[in-house]
Write a protein that binds this ligand. Structure first.
Ligand SMILES: [Ca+2]
Ligand SMILES: [Ca+2]
Length: 228
């Protein structure tokens, strides 16, 4: 079902140029991410307006899964049966990414003042569909890119959810990363499967995404990583 590679879309996703600003955190392959306190939420989405074709239940969890969906406020790269989602509880959808599956925000938000730190917070989990395409530790990740109005990448972050379980439940974990604004204009998030192969696995699932200004205002040198 996901064997086709959509190379044009892959190229579109990798052609963008622009400097990659520092991103504070490196997350562990086991998904052991730090949590960052955030200030007032400037953007958020719980993805519950997702509307797709629900045709199966997820391996192990038995949760409803869907493909070919649309999401208000977001544009998708059409390919690889995007957009996939899992229904965590009735009406509570989380997005899943495999192959060229990519979504990006339609409208930029004012979270890019030069030198200011912003927190992108979300919940994430390993993902699978009917089985056999489960996220793997150390290999599969979801990439978040912060794009300015020229589609230059202000910041990029990979989240590695770990192995999709073989039994039990598949809990979501809270995670976040910090980026430092560069003053290049309102930004949009682009989210996609960072590791695409001809026999693909899901990069993971995400839910409850938000952007807020970091409460420390960017004064914490340790969290700012290599940004000077
Ligand atoms: Ca949700
Ligand atoms: Ca993948």
């Amino acid at each position: 079902m996901y064997k086709h590679l959509f190379l044009s879309a892959v190229c579109a996703a990798t052609m963008l140029t622009g400097s990659r600003a520092s991103v504070a955190d490196t997350n562990e392959p086991n998904g052991d991410n730090n949590q960052h306190a955030g200030g007032a939420t400037i953007f958020s989405d719980n993805f519950n307006a997702y509307s797709g074709i629900q045709d199966a239940t997820q391996a192990v969890t038995g949760l409803p899964v869907a493909y070919g969906g649309d999401l208000p406020g977001w544009t998708k790269i059409v390919g690889g049966h995007a957009v996939h989602a899992v229904e965590r509880s009735p009406g509570d959808w989380a997005l899943m990414f495999i192959n060229v599956n990519t979504v990006f925000m339609n409208t930029g938000v004012a979270t890019n003042r030069a030198g200011v730190s912003y927190v992108v917070a979300f919940e994430a989990a390993p993902a699978d569909y009917r089985g056999g395409q489960g996220t793997r530790t150390g290999t599969d990740s979801i990439r978040f890119e912060v794009l300015n109005p020229s589609d230059a990448v202000v910041a990029s972050f990979d989240y590695f959810p770990g192995d999709f379980p073989t039994s039990g439940t598949n809990p979501f974990s809270s995670a976040s990363f910090i980026y430092v604004g560069d003053g290049s204009g309102d930004v949009r998030l682009r989210i996609f499967d960072a590791h695409t192969t001809s026999s693909d696995h899901f990069g993971g699932a995400i839910d409850n995404l938000s952007i807020s200004e970091a409460e420390d205002g960017g004064d914490d040198e340790k969290e700012r990583g290599d940004h000077d």
